[in-house]
Design a protein around this ligand. Sequence first.
Ligand SMILES: CC(C)(COP(=O)(O)OP(=O)(O)OC[C@H]1O[C@@H](n2cnc3c(N)ncnc32)[C@H](O)[C@@H]1OP(=O)(O)O)[C@@H](O)C(=O)NCCC(=O)NCCS
Length: 146
Amino acid sequence: MTVIKRIRAEQTYPLRQEILRPHRPAVECRFPNDFDDTTAHFGALDSGRIVGILSVYLASNEQLGIAHSWQLRAMATSEDHRGKGLGLRLLEAAESYVSAQGGKCIWANARLHALGFYKKAGYAAHGERFHIAHVGPHVLVTRMLN
Ligand SMILES: CC(C)(COP(=O)(O)OP(=O)(O)OC[C@H]1O[C@@H](n2cnc3c(N)ncnc32)[C@H](O)[C@@H]1OP(=O)(O)O)[C@@H](O)C(=O)NCCC(=O)NCCS
């Protein structure tokens, strides 16, 4: 059985590297706000092995102009664990955390090929597509929490 739980920033780095930043320097997998008090990292663990990751940061977004919004980053599940609902479970864990902090708005710079996944989870796309160097085309997605 796969469980979703809080993990430490360092535990996310191997999957960040393997799935999200292959062929890039390891330092690019360490984000500036990883160790902020408000930051939370979630893992999907299958028999102790981390097979999915997601991090969430207190971060405003100029385009949205909403105070106290939260950013999702580094969403990934291992190839052999995709299509089993782990991505959605990780999103739910992050959203519950944000709600518990009083947050109302979550956003992410979504990779274009993952847009369908975010839409399934209730996120809406905004504005123009944009390119992030070494990663590819993205679009801003948001979800308001109750
Ligand atoms: C995107 C990703 C995290 C999805 O993880 P997952 O564990 O396979 O997602 P789930 O199994 O929870 O999928 C939930 C639903 O979204 C759908 N879905 C998943 N990925 C999708 C995609 N890329 N496009 C469209 N729909 C997608 C699933 O089919 C499923 O729909 P269903 O409930 O009708 O069957 C995973 O494919 C991944 O790690 N991709 C590579 C890294 C990446 O692009 N991360 C996103 C960075 S913004």
